[in-house]
Design a protein around this ligand. Structure first.
Ligand code: OSB
Ligand code: MG
Length: 383
């Protein structure tokens, strides 16, 4: 077999040479305090990835947070892994497909968010070079995407009901409430009483144990569309036990890191819905496989959010066009989160529906002046 490095771009059709990779860490301040069971997010930094190839730039975003509460990765670990391991393995090389790019990274265990930043940027690059929107390249079937809103833990029951009211009036198609021990049944009961017909869900981010079954039995009475990640991130077995005694479907988020996790979860009935996030699973290729596994089991999926800037948000919209994404995702209006974005347009929903950005690749472009003002550190790595 010829090693990829020996292929010459002018002899291989569709070959993409990785001339340089830019890493850019930017500051971002949320317009609201976002509290979950694993901590509070407000002043963040986000990591952007730009792959340069023959004068074309592909854009990706690393979805790691600043602290390792949701995932073991952080912005800092992703920077380190990208700079020292991922970029050196691909820069100066030539790849025809995302699978080929990923195989050059086979030796890197874990660090899915760091790798997804690169993998998604490579997909954008392929789309731009083929002058084809990403949703078509990955096999999507729709150009508009119904979305919901994820609502953090509030200071009071009244603030929770007010927030529900605001987001329903904005047109969001489902509301997801963050819960934690001590803040669960009461606020959701209050929202349900105020909005009997709304599509409501909760997300525990792994904050409970099987011994909390009483809480879940109470939530089970509230007509929720699903209960997201109630138990430990690494305990599918306990989710099986819990799902067996609940009517409400369990939706798995943290537990699903690969297509094989999805297969094991669905074979065992550990959940009946999957939240797919590009960063958590290593990018579009794995996301597509997980979607296909879920379809084989007749399980609906939706696209989860990680408080992304415009680049990550655009990738999420393209991903959400696959057939099996039948539940509203987390890709709410960018202007709900940010005063300014790193792209030149606003990805905003109208009446709870986002239009998939048209144009080659992800269909959005960087606003370099915003980025220059917000850059915490940046580095361009050339072959
Ligand atoms: O569990 O879905 C989650 C944000 C950061 C980390 C984990 C999660 C979330 C969200 C917010 O729920 C989704 C969004 O609005 O982007
Ligand atoms: Mg979640």
């Amino acid at each position: 077999m010829t090693p990829t490095s020996a292929l010459s771009p002018d002899r291989v059709p569709n070959a993409v040479s990785i001339d340089a990779v830019e890493l850019i860490e930017v500051s971002a301040r949320l317009r609201f305090r976002f509290e979950t069971s694993f901590g509070v997010q407000e002043n963040l930094s986000r990591l952007l990835v730009v792959i340069h190839s023959d004068g074309v730039a592909g854009l990706g975003e690393v979805t790691a947070m600043n602290s390792p509460g949701y995932s073991s990765e952080t912005v800092a670990t992703a920077w380190e892994i990208l700079e020292r391991h991922v970029v050196p393995a691909i820069v100066g090389q030539v790849f025809c497909t995302p699978a080929q790019l990923l195989s050059a990274l086979d030796g890197i265990r874990g660090h899915h968010m760091a790798i997804a930043g690169i993998e998604t940027a490579f997909w954008d690059l392929l789309g731009r070079r083929a002058e084809m929107p990403l949703w078509q390249l990955i096999g999507g079937v729709r150009t508009s995407v119904p979305v919901g809103a994820s609502i953090g833990i509030q200071k009071s029951l009244e603030a929770t009901v007010d927030s529900a009211n605001y987001h329903l009036r904005e047109g969001y198609r489902r509301l997801k409430f963050k819960i934690k021990p001590g803040w669960d049944v009461e606020p959701i009961r209050a929202v349900r009483a105020a909005f009997p017909a709304a599509d409501l869900t909760v997300d525990a981010n792994s904050a409970y144990r099987l011994t909390d079954a009483r809480i879940f039995h109470a939530l089970d009475e509230l007509g929720l569309t699903y209960i997201e990640q109630p138990l430990a991130h690494d305990d599918l077995h306990d989710h099986v036990t819990l799902q067996r005694v609940l009517q409400t479907p369990i939706c798995l988020d943290e537990s699903i890191r690969s297509p094989s996790d999805a297969r094991k979860a669905l074979v065992g009935d550990a959940g009946r819905v999957i939240n797919i996030k590009l960063g958590r699973v290593r990018g579009h290729l794995a996301a597509r496989c997980i979607h296909d596994v879920a379809q084989a089991f007749g399980i609906p999926v939706w696209c989860g959010g990680m408080l992304e800037l415009g680049v990550g948000r655009a990738h999420n919209l393209h991903l959400s066009t696959l057939e099996g994404y039948t539940l509203p995702g987390d890709t709410a209006s960018a202007s709900r989160y940010w005063e300014e974005d790193v792209i030149t347009t606003w990805l905003d929903a109208e009446d709870g529906v986002q239009q998939v950005p048209i144009g080659p690749g992800i269909g959005v472009n960087l606003d370099r002046s915003v980025i220059a003002r917000r850059t915490i550190r940046s580095r361009e790595i050339r072959a």
